[in-house]
Design a protein. Structure first.
Length: 99
């Protein structure tokens, strides 16, 4: 779609929340200060590769065959996006409450 005025702000907000989640995990791991940069880069690359793998598998399983069908957006994209968003919101609230 076309870029709207608010889209960069939404992307920034999601990226910020995403980064806060990673910061929490890295804080729990307790990386030594001497290995922090290496650990941070390795962790980030691992997470990004994992996400790309999941997206690729989902696309191959669902999107490739059904992506051009008229029901795909209504019955797959919107419900799955809503579920993922609700799970993320739950984890966000859970971290805030237990912090």
């Amino acid at each position: 779609g076309h870029l709207t005025v608010w889209r960069p702000f939404v992307v920034f907000g999601f990226g910020l929340l995403h980064g806060l989640g990673f910061a929490g995990v890295l804080g729990e791991v307790g990386l030594p200060a001497s290995e922090f940069i290496t650990g941070l880069i390795s962790f980030n690359l691992g997470v990004e590769l994992g996400q790309l793998t999941v997206i690729l598998v989902c696309f191959l399983v669902v999107g490739f065959w059904f992506g051009s069908k008229p029901f795909y957006r209504k019955l797959v994209v919107v419900p799955v996006s809503t579920i993922v968003g609700l799970i993320g919101l739950f984890w966000f609230v859970e971290r805030i409450v237990t912090a």
